[in-house]
Design a binder for this molecule. Sequence first.
Ligand code: HEC
Ligand code: HEC
Length: 602
Amino acid sequence: MRIFSRVLLLILAALGLILAVVAYYTVNPRLPDYVPVEQVHYQDQWSAADRQTYYFTPQGTQVKGLHYDWFTALELPFSDQRFATPEYLARFGFLVDPKQVPTAQNPGNLPVGFARHTNAGSNTQYLDITCAACHTGELHFKGQALRIDGGSAQHVLPSSVPTLRGGSFGQALVASLAATYYNPWKFERFARQVLGDRYESEHDQLRQDFKQSLNKFFKVAWNDTHRGLYPTEEGPGRTDAFGRIANASFGDAISPDNYRIANAPVDYPQLWDIWTFDWVQWNGSAQQPMARNIGEALGVGATLTFFDSAGQPLQGDARYPSSVRVRDLNLIEETLQRLKPPTWPEELFGAVDKPLAAQGRTLFAENCAGCHVPAVSHENGRPMQHLKMLPVDYIGTDPGTASNIADQRYDLSALQWDPVELARLNVELHPTPTEPLDLRKLSVAKGLAYVTAFVEDHAYRAAGVTPAERPRLDGYGLPIGVRELRAYKARPLAGVWATPPFLHNGSVPTIYQLLSPQDERNTTFYKGTFDYDPRHLGFQTAAFKNAFLFDTKITGNHNSGHEFRAGQRGNGVIGRGLQPQERWALLEYLKVLGGPLEQQLP
Ligand code: HEC
Ligand code: HEC
């Protein structure tokens, strides 16, 4: 008996300790401090109106059904301070301007990319995470910030797996939601704020709806954690886009048998000039802009219905209702066509050494242009750049994401697709398959292509898009092309100095290191800072409070490949060794490549 009560005491003590630790990190999530900059500098990448359109046009995503006014009214778990203040959200890496004030497009005074939408037939305003949240960057130097429109985000938005350090957005948000629901005083304050004079009549309904949303958060966190779906911590500035889209669309929405380990997080690529690329995504797997954007929206939380209320798969024209907003997606896409790359700001980051840059131009022509300067043709009213695809074995960078996309298979037979019907869709598989499709073993790219084709069709009809309008909304009349190459694309490099870290998995912090042999690259470095290193062209790598330690030894994080080293080519070695002086010259040229200063070189 004494042993029993001792064991019990021990268990209770252990539980108490765990609870205390959880409570401690809930109150003090290990987030970097918010360090306000003196001023945010915007460049003439496009007009101020385009910028606002890009920042706040919704795309149709819902954050587990969170209403916009709930989000702005939420308090921190153990204080009555608001959760959604610019200062607090900035600590997750979201972009704010210390001078920002509420506007008509951003009434909640939220960070870049936090938009809102209502669905047809309802007044509910949902929080909507839009493109700009992931595709806008910022570089800080000496207390000044340079905003990079279309650049790479450094936030911790996508992570759905709680960690002890508590540094992710989802985890902190759930802590606030749970505190609001379970602490009656907090909930009353919240309800009065949200409902105003509708407090009496709608209080109970609010509590119900709120709980539903909270349950969704719990369910996803539990699901993703106990299945171990995301073993490689994404940290700031990355997400396993294809893995998460597949787990959401084929796992959550069809069958748990379709969950796959997603262990290859990727960086947020920059978006200037993408409208001229023949194929996009790091592995060059997508062709049609609208379908690509729909697929992304489904991954980021747009609703999608595959089955009717009796659990039967939807058929015919009923396939597939969603919350994606095709006209808004098109507006964003057309706005992006006006986005220019950033230009090196000499007044902020120092003057360009023009003679050195001119030497770099020669080195670039010899060592880089063969891959990074694509052939251009003109098709369907746009310049089209034919980007070179480099097989993983040759380029030698982390093979994870390209291999996962090529190898993973998903069973979509529950959707009861008819091959004849699939053949009528605007989908083009490359290469053309020689055998009939096996719907029990579809790749993510093919499965997603057909799903988005149905969703697109349905959304076009719902939005009254006429057949004549379709080619424009699709994007240059392009079909929904699909490839699954084990390869990465070599993109044009205008403005690349503004998009650290580098390579598709963000494993190399500066361009200087990228042009150095692998054994001269950092094997670990700290991430989550915006502090720019204008000498090496990248982010600072030193430790700072609550930084994320990036370890290149972990699966998906390898920093191999794209190496310039003496010896045989292949297996990751793509060029001759570059002397440090040559690397500096190349860096100097990359600052001006494609910008107005390039014309002024001697
Ligand atoms: C949650 C973050 C997130 C949001 C929101 C998001 N994207 Fe992306 N986007 C990514 C990631 C990650 C990739 C890289 C995926 C890959 O290739 O594996 C990507 C890739 C792209 C690419 C391909 C770029 C290239 O270099 O090939 C384009 C274009 C793009 N996104 C446009 C958009 C547009 C337009 C929207 C809004 C309609 C959007 N994205 C919303 C994360 C996001
Ligand atoms: C053999 C073809 C090839 C050559 C030559 C080449 N690159 Fe690359 N480069 C690539 C590919 C492919 C990638 C993408 C690899 C990845 O993300 O895994 C890349 C990526 C990059 C990136 C990172 C882009 C980003 O958004 O993260 C930079 C910067 C870069 N290259 C610069 C250079 C420079 C400078 C040279 C010449 C000194 C050069 N490259 C030569 C193929 C090449």
